[in-house]
Design a protein around this ligand. Sequence first.
Ligand SMILES: Nc1ncnc2c1ncn2[C@@H]1O[C@H](COP(=O)(O)OP(=O)(O)OP(=O)(O)O)[C@@H](O)[C@H]1O
Ligand SMILES: [Mg+2]
Length: 262
Amino acid sequence: MSKRADAAPTAALGALLVEALRVTYRLPGGRGGTVPALRGISLTLPPNRILGLLGPNGAGKTTLIQTLLGFVKPSAGTVQIFGAAAGSRAARARLGYLPELPLFYPYLTGRELLDFNGRLFGLAPRVRRARAADLLERVGLTPAADRRLAAYSRGMLQRIGLAQALINNPDLVILDEPTSGLDPLGRLEVRRLISDLKTDGKTILFSSHELSEVELVCDQVAILSAGRLLRHGNPTDWQQPGESLEQLFVREIQADRAGNAA
Ligand SMILES: Nc1ncnc2c1ncn2[C@@H]1O[C@H](COP(=O)(O)OP(=O)(O)OP(=O)(O)O)[C@@H](O)[C@H]1O
Ligand SMILES: [Mg+2]
């Protein structure tokens, strides 16, 4: 048994374990207003899979992701990353994260940003330099590595965000809309990067509205609607003959909304 498995005896449960998760946001203003963003989500993800997280705007994708990261606290239920509580040091060490709207210090260069993030994880200077150079190459930013982020285009910022998500060599990579703002070539590169991460043994969870992309790269999808998990698994199990993932998605969401309205 490896040391890591010793350190996390529940790792056999999977890269991700979410049980009966509820998140209710309190609205500011003291009037007691609340938003039920997640209404009882349970799912598990074994290691070395790619999960696509789908759902209309406001379905709860970003909330779920932020709960996995420990940024948002569950109102009820549990979340574990390789057997460690979400937000714990042990969980954070194994996670990489690309936010929905990455914000970076504009005066840093791409290479400096990666170095800065490597320091936050306590990496030695030599390791930081080597990882930064490798990641810059993987996301196609080597020529712009020493340019300030203020001069990066939206797609370039998205790429450097992907690189910084990987600086700690995480086991579970969580990406909130990783292809938004990318041109078709950039999207293709991100898909390749995600597939390569799987080949390297990583587990990947990413949210997306680009269903044709999700279809190309994911082993599993989870469909959220209004804070509930409608489906989780391999979409080929629920697709009708000749149905695309987009058509399946629209069918599921419309059926859910019609059911809720009835
Ligand atoms: N900080 C917050 N305070 C109050 N309500 C919030 C907060 N963040 C999100 N919400 C609400 O929670 C629900 C889920 O939002 P969330 O951002 O998780 O959706 P999403 O699926 O990521 O949507 P999108 O596709 O637009 O990114 C929405 O009703 C949203 O208005
Ligand atoms: Mg979101």
